[in-house]
Design a protein around this ligand. Structure first.
Ligand code: DOR
Length: 400
């Protein structure tokens, strides 16, 4: 075993060694590997109920296990949306039946994510990890203030997709050089950061715990940095694609289209600074599967969203750790320790055995997820999951 077994409690480590000793893994494979704590992805779309042609709880949680994730927080843009207990129960019963790793659903902030009436936050509160209208921004400032006041009284976090629709102006990729050169409609950075700025003010005013989804711009990073310096209860996440890609790397393919869009090189650099100095404390995937047809319209006409559960660790380990940008320990904080702490989720008895030395190529055809769209197709990476154990049970084995 490699001597990089990080951030594991003594108990988990002993337990892991005990489980692994019974799995008959060849010693030459073990010699390349490390035991890591199970990762927690606080931003995934598992599409059920409502859109099982894109993904199901079963395929999505198996994909999570393959990526080393033993816990996932599921976004509420479903049909029906979990805006009442009755609606949430439909999702809970599928999770109970089909979930391979731990699944923690979000409740919506507003009814049907329409931004006009609050969801049944009180009834949902005991069963959801937090509240979000992910997929759309809450447009009204007063509505967001009301949501934060309510969430605070329930001791829950507001997790915000920040997007001011008046500022998007029909843009679907970053409003930068690539859009200008190739005749695309650009989505300006302020569509994100203006709403981050508004919400940070509201979080400070109301005292609500507040977490920003998929931060993509340098301005958002700076706003959050300053808020945290003032002691505000504000955190944020970014994703593997915003940390490793910029708009000069775009291709005319639906696999490069998501919301928010891949931004400029200065934004990417600011996000890297953010994960280094702790301003950005969580990396989530925004795993957002769609059908092949829905992703076949190029940059211009595809639906927003790429998959990420099966590529996040290898992409980040290869691009950030192997290139000495951050340590493996910091990467584990970002993917496991910090999200667990911020969301108050304990993943006792969960761990991953990860091969850190044998390279492989990312091949979407081998994904367990139903989604295949990834900008990392064909990339040569390190960091292959061998075994994932969740609640003491083997949920992924590379030999299956
Ligand atoms: O790219 C995205 N896909 N961004 C979102 O905000 C929603 C998500 C989805 O549900 O497909």
């Amino acid at each position: 075993m490699l001597n990089v077994d990080l951030k594991l409690s003594k108990d988990t480590r002993k337990f892991a060694e005990d489980v692994l000793s019974r799995l008959d893994i060849p010693s030459k494979v073990l010699d390349r590997s490390a035991i890591l704590p199970g990762f927690l992805d606080v931003h995934v779309h598992l599409r059920e109920p409502g859109f099982s042609y894109k993904e199901t709880i079963y395929t999505g949680t198996r994909a999570a296990a393959r990526g080393g994730f033993t816990g996932v927080c599921t976004m509420p843009n479903l049909d029906p949306m979990p805006d009442s207990l009755e609606n949430l129960e439909k999702q809970l019963s599928i999770i109970e039946r089909d979930g391979v790793v731990r699944v923690f659903p979000y409740g919506t902030i507003t009814k049907k994510e329409k931004g006009t009436d609050l969801s049944d936050m009180e009834a949902l509160s005991p069963y959801v990890c937090a509240f979000t209208d992910d997929g759309v921004g809450v447009q009204g400032k007063d509505m967001m203030r009301m949501a934060m006041e309510k969430a605070r009284s329930l001791n829950k976090m507001i997790v915000a997709h920040c997007e001011d629709m008046e500022l998007v102006k029909g843009g679907y990729i970053h409003d930068g050089r690539y859009a200008a050169m190739h005749g695309h409609t650009g989505n300006p950075s302020e569509s994100e950061w203006k709403q981050v700025e508004r919400d940070v003010g509201l979080a400070e005013e109301t005292g609500c715990a507040y977490h920003v989804c998929h931060v993509s711009t340098k301005e958002s990073v700076e706003i959050i940095r300053q808020a945290r310096k003032r002691g505000a209860n504000v955190t944020c996440e970014t994703t593997p694609h915003y940390l490793t890609l910029s708009d000069d790397m775009l291709e005319e393919s639906g696999s490069f289209r998501m919301n928010p869009p891949i931004r400029g090189e200065e934004d990417r650099a600011a996000l890297i600074e953010g994960i280094k100095d702790g301003t950005v404390s969580v990396i989530a995937t925004d795993h957002a599967p769609h059908s092949a047809e829905e992703k076949s319209g190029g940059l211009r006409n595809s639906l927003n969203g790429i998959v990420g559960l099966e590529t996040a660790f290898p992409v980040l380990y290869t691009e950030l750790v192997k290139k000495d940008i951050i340590s493996l320990e910091r990467l584990i904080e970002l993917m496991s320790t910090n999200p667990r702490e911020r969301f108050g989720i304990d993943l006792e008895q969960d761990f991953v055995l990860m091969d850190l030395e044998e390279p492989f190529n990312i091949d979407p055809e081998t994904f367990i997820s139903k989604g295949r769209a990834t900008p990392f197709a064909g990339k040569r990476v390190f960091g292959k999951t061998l075994i994932t154990v969740c609640k003491g049970r083997v949920v992924y084995d590379y030999r299956w």
